[in-house]
Design a protein around this ligand. Structure first.
Ligand code: GTQ
Length: 354
């Protein structure tokens, strides 16, 4: 050992001894962790993952034999990012789960500070009641439960048919946990009184017009069901009338008609169409995103790893992971992310590569 090495070794030993002495005082040296705390670029612990609906559906149906929606309160299989098990998180900031409601069941009324979105994946004829207005669910509908709004779900069927209904829940649960700002309460009644006719919010706010006199002050959109039929129609027309973006295909974001911003203060939502044969270029963004496949087949190449997807599958793209989308058949993807929060903080970054 050289003299220089000996000197370095004893300096290191002195430092360790010093760290040992300051630890009982709840002190730690920044210089040992600075690079990890302030990384050169995002270093998410999360990984890309895909959940195949064909694999999950039988397990979801099995859960209906184990527990009722009433007893479970919400009968949901949580989609956990495989790299951070036990945290009920699909990304660091977002929660996702697949909720099942069987014909005749009720998921009782409650409210919480956490905002929720429902993206209907399978089956029709369930409803959710939000703040006294009911909406019937059809596959592909994007439905919002605003922060602190009473909500109960049920499944009474429609047009004489009744079937299990499954939707993707997206919530800002990890964000609220981060801020330690969560409150929740159960309703006295199992189901809310319906106070307004179905479709009332959409009639008032959903036609590029808003009532001249209204008292909607919440940061969440006054529209709480963005029906698939309408959104899909817009994409079909765009596909006929313009060429797709080389990175995103035909991608529309949902808006709050009162602000032009995202319908939920904490979560952005999008619907995009990839024409058959689409081979997208690579892009990345600091908002990791959750995708639900509505129609079609293709491949998501995430950080170099290829995931083949089909209808009703869910996949997650971690923050800053390069994403390239390909479609073998005409494909429609719903997605959500924490983009509005990053925009409010002025930290959102994205890059369009290739
Ligand atoms: O439907 O209210 O997936 O409160 C997680 C928490 C759904 C809901 C979830 C919830 C709900």
């Amino acid at each position: 050992m050289t003299t220089a090495q000996q000197a370095a070794g004893s300096a290191e030993a002195e430092r360790r001894a010093y760290y040992d002495r300051i630890r009982p005082l709840n002190l730690t040296p920044l210089w040992e962790s600075l690079h990890a705390l302030v990384p050169r670029e995002p270093q998410t612990p999360c990984v890309a993952a895909l959940w195949r609906y064909d694999e999950i559906r039988p397990l979801l149906m099995e859960s209906a034999d184990l527990i009722t929606a009433e007893e479970a309160v919400r009968r949901v299989l949580v989609l956990e990012n495989p790299a951070i098990p036990g945290r009920s998180s699909i990304t660091q900031s977002l929660y996702a789960g697949l909720q099942l409601i069987m014909p005749g069941e009720v998921a009782p009324s409650h409210r919480h500070v956490q905002s929720a979105l429902r993206f209907i994946v399978d089956g029709k004829g369930a409803y959710t009641t939000v703040g006294g207005e009911r909406t019937t669910m059809y596959p592909g509908d994007f439905i919002i439960t605003p922060s602190w709004a009473w909500h109960d779900h049920g499944n009474e069927g429609i047009a004489g048919a009744s079937e299990p209904v499954v939707w993707l829940d997206g919530l800002d649960i990890p964000m609220l946990r981060f801020f330690d700002a969560g409150f929740a309460e159960n309703d006295d009644a199992r189901m809310q009184q319906v106070a307004r006719p179905e479709g009332h919010s959409l009639a008032r706010f959903g036609h590029n017009m808003v009532p001249v006199r209204h008292d909607h002050v919440s940061p969440t959109s006054p529209i709480f069901n963005y029906p698939y039929a309408r959104s899909r129609d817009a994409l079909a027309q765009l596909q006929r009338q313009e060429s797709p973006d080389a990175w995103l295909g035909h991608k529309l974001r949902y808006v709050n008609p009162l602000t032009g911003g995202s319908p939920m203060p904490t979560i952005a939502t999008n619907l995009q169409l990839l024409p058959a044969g689409f081979a997208g270029r690579t892009h990345r963004a600091t908002d990791g995103a959750v995708y639900s496949v509505v129609e079609g087949h293709g491949t998501a190449e995430i950080g170099g790893e290829r995931f083949a997807f089909g209808p009703r599958d869910t996949f997650v793209v971690p923050s800053w992971a390069p994403l390239r989308l390909e479609a073998t058949a005409e494909t429609v993807l719903f997605s959500f992310s924490d983009r509005p929060v990053q925009q409010a903080m002025g930290v959102l970054r994205e890059a369009f590569l290739d």
